[in-house]
Ligand binder design. Structure first.
Ligand code: SF4
Ligand code: SF4
Ligand code: SF4
Length: 585
């Protein structure tokens, strides 16, 4: 048991284990010391000086950075003294002196940690230390995001997030007042091995990093009388959208989300979960075929475009292991512009296929080759959960007062297996529900594979399916993916089936999801709460296996003939390319 350390914080006795920082010790008595650069276990650099406190270890009080300073026996701490407040104020005023102060139009206004700090500390003279101000061009070179260094406070949280993804294409350049966060050799992000995951965006405390906003394209399409504008929503969106409207983390808002999309003017509101069910039919069939006919194993899932980017750029030798299935988003778009267009006599060129995704990498995915089943792109526009929230707010739709409405029929009726795709382990669990039943030829009663649930980065299990021991692995986050792939490449691990999601925790924690401040991210298990919302939807669904979906059955009966058919392959599957030589890492 760790030795306990006794100290006083603001005159109150506190006892905490040795090794605890002052920041953590203060939390024990309900004081949340403000931070800017700090991210636990990811960015503990004590650089921004916002978390300063006064500490006395017997030699008088001095200012220290509480996020990295460990408590010592008999220490006295002041978290809110005049000296502390003045120090934090000066730090904020210095940061403001080089800041592009455009709060009125900034996309993060109201959800900006820097703005809140300035407000909390009553910074009245924003220009107190104004002098030479470096100016940076916006970096718009990547498909998914814009970097605006004029709003950067040099906290380096994005750098840590990118390293945690085993990518590491951003870092600090230059010195002194010219210090800036950018890519090597002054290249744009688009010229690097960035995988478009957006984890840097949700780590950024300010408006320096934002997704490319495609909401105007959606509004233009809705206002074009020639176009049929159809929207699909990914599972994870319904588990997080409510946060943008003040609802508690983990509140499921499927019905209100559908109602809001209808009021925005979409012609049809469909559910990506239907395509998730279709993915399971195709992917499950592919897996069974690989097992029975000596195909390449382990088979690795292909739903997550950030992961696909990572595989193509950093582990191209694993491309043959990737399932050839398009992601559910792309499958949905392909179904829309082939089956649905034919059935309803619509020219696919007149369909505008829109998706709402928790993901920024989708903005790259829709531009990929071999994603155009009807000769036109499967998807035309993809927006993130945050962009949808902006559209709803701009349209003055009173989200929290909306009734719960149902998706449109038929492409809005999915099973519980489809909705759990949004959480790490969900694709594996959905696949197992179908593969086990198809291989064993009998009804499986217990559909909950708890071994693959939870937010651990790597989960392993061996399951007996139809008399065969199947070694599975579920991975979320690219650092974990790199570790697992390296072990597979070295022959240290022998899996049959691996699920990989780019973002830690899966899509619920995608780079396009609502941004919670760091104080919340450090103290609340956001991934688990959002995932629970999805598992609750699954449990409430009377159909929980993809092969039981009447919509999926109709798709095969009327159009695709059977899973893995020639037609299904042509429309629902894709190809990958080795991009390892083209990227600057
Ligand atoms: S980043 Fe924050 S402080 Fe800066 S303009 Fe945007 S909202 Fe204002
Ligand atoms: S999007 Fe992902 S890979 Fe690209 S810079 Fe940000 S964290 Fe790094
Ligand atoms: S871009 Fe954002 S996260 Fe990165 S250093 Fe600047 S303020 Fe911090």
């Amino acid at each position: 048991m760790a030795k306990m350390i006794n100290l006083k914080i603001n005159g109150m006795d506190v006892s905490v284990p040795a090794g605890t920082t002052i920041l953590e010790a203060a939390r024990e008595i309900g004081i949340e010391i403000p931070t800017l650069c700090f991210m636990k276990e990811m960015n503990e650099i004590g650089a921004c000086r916002i978390c300063v406190v006064e500490a006395n270890e017997g030699r008088g009080f001095r200012i220290v950075a509480s996020c990295v300073y460990p408590v010592t026996e008999g220490m006295e701490v002041r978290t809110n003294s005049k000296a502390v407040i003045e120090s934090r104020k000066m730090t904020l005023e210095l940061l403001l002196s080089t800041h592009d102060r455009k709060c009125l139009s900034c996309v993060r206004s109201g959800n900006c940690e820097f703005q809140k700090l300035c407000n909390d500390y009553g910074i009245e003279d924003e220009a107190k230390f104004d002098g030479d101000k470096p100016h940076y061009e916006l970096d718009k070179t990547s498909p998914h995001m814009i970097r605006d260094n004029n709003k950067c406070v040099l906290c380096r949280r994005c750098v840590a997030a990118c390293h945690a993804q085993h990518v590491g294409v951003i870092g600090t350049n230059d010195r002194g007042i010219d210090t800036n966060v950018a890519c090597a050799f002054e290249k744009g992000l688009g010229a690097t091995g960035c995988v478009s995951c957006g984890q840097c965006i949700i780590s950024c405390p300010t408006g320096a990093l934002t997704e490319k906003d495609d909401t105007d394209k959606v509004i233009d399409a809705i206002n074009d009388p020639e176009k049929v504008v159809i929207v699909q929503t990914a599972p994870a969106v319904r588990a997080a959208l409510g946060e943008e409207f003040g609802l508690p983390i983990g509140t499921g808002v499927e019905g209100k989300m559908v109602a809001a999309l209808r009021r925005l003017g979409f012609d049809k509101v469909f559910d990506t979960d239907v395509a998730a069910d279709l993915t399971i039919m195709e992917e499950g069939t592919e897996f069974i075929d690989r097992v029975k006919n000596g195909g390449v194993l382990p088979m690795i899932t292909s739903c997550s475009p950030g992961w696909i980017n990572f595989c193509e750029m950093y582990h191209p030798n694993m491309i043959p292991n990737l399932s050839s299935c398009k992601s559910p988003q792309q499958m949905f778009g392909a179904v829309l512009k082939t089956y649905y267009a034919e059935k309803h006599g619509i020219d696919p060129k007149n369909i505008v296929s829109v998706s709402v995704m928790p993901c920024t990498a989708k903005k790259y995915e829709i531009m990929r080759d071999d994603e155009n089943a009807a000769g036109v792109p499967d998807l035309d526009i993809t927006i993130t959960t945050r962009e949808l929230a902006r559209m709803i707010k701009k349209a003055r739709i009173e989200f929290n007062k909306l009734p719960d409405e149902q998706f449109d029929s038929p492409l809005g009726e999915a099973t519980g297996a489809g909705v759990i795709f949004g959480a790490t382990g969900g694709v594996m669990e959905a696949a197992l529900r179908t593969v086990a039943e198809v291989l064993e030829g009998k009804t499986i009663e217990n559909v909950e594979y708890t071994a693959v649930r939870g937010t651990d980065a790597i989960k392993e299990a061996t399951l007996n399916v139809a008399g065969m021991d199947v070694n599975i692995c579920v991975v979320s986050g690219l650092d974990a993916a790199h570790k697992v792939l390296t072990a597979v490449e070295n022959g240290e691990k022998n899996y049959h089936f691996i699920e990989i999601m780019c973002c830690p925790g899966g899509c619920v924690n995608g780079g396009g999801q609502p941004i919670q401040p760091n104080s919340v991210r450090q103290t609340v298990d956001i991934k688990a709460l959002r995932a629970k919302a999805l598992y609750d939807y699954d449990a409430a669904n009377t159909k929980r296996k993809s092969h039981e979906s009447p919509v999926v059955k109709a798709l095969y009966d009327e159009y695709f003939e059977k899973p893995g058919s020639h037609k299904a392959h042509k429309i629902l599957h894709t190809t990958y390319v080795d991009r390892s030589k083209n990227v600057m890492k």
